[in-house]
Design a binder for this molecule. Sequence first.
Ligand code: PGA
Length: 238
Amino acid sequence: MKKLVGGNWKMNCSSDTFKNTFNIINKIPENVEIFIAIPYVFIEYAKNNFNKNIKIGAQDVSEFESGAKTGEISANMLVNTGFEYVLVGHSERRTLLFETDDIINIKLKNSLINKLKPVLCIGEPIKERKSGNYKEYLNEQLINCIKNITDATFDIAYEPIWAIGSGEAASVSEIEEIISIIRKIMNLNKIDGRIIYGGSVSESNINDLVKIKGCDGFLVGNSSLNSEFQTIVKKLAE
Ligand code: PGA
């Protein structure tokens, strides 16, 4: 299976961002798959400007399938308009928009049913990390999010909340510890897929982060908005 690098543009996107991404077009290595999670409204722009080797991702999907749900966008709509990947359960949605594990579980199921490729995001707050309770916290979070899902294929991103946007990524050993917990739970539930890391991945720490055992790629926020993204992809491909 190819390694995976996702760019998460969040609510940051300009024509410059598209130009930067356009520049990596001819340098996509064979062994790396790339998606960019764009704001929905840029779908046509992305389809016209991204190289076909860059997959288009959404940053969220509705828990609802259709009907009178003003403002919502369903998994089916995403697939039909050209989205291939979707982030599910990003911590910013959990904390700022009060998404619960139950809602995330529904979003995950909807994505799978509609053949959208979800990347399930999990991660612990600083409080749990400091109290030493983080393993139990992550274990429970993951089990809740994948409730009643078995024999499935999708990717999981470990993104400690304290590392996101902080400039301080988790250490290699901290990430390896959680990856092995995630892999065990995936195996128990017959879930196949890649495990990636996210949280302040940048060109300054990528040399260390590529050494993480069991890590199949990265989810990149800030550094996906500029040419650092290219360095990250290149390092992963080596
Ligand atoms: P960051 O964001 O790389 O800016 O820390 C990662 C993410 O939120 O997915």
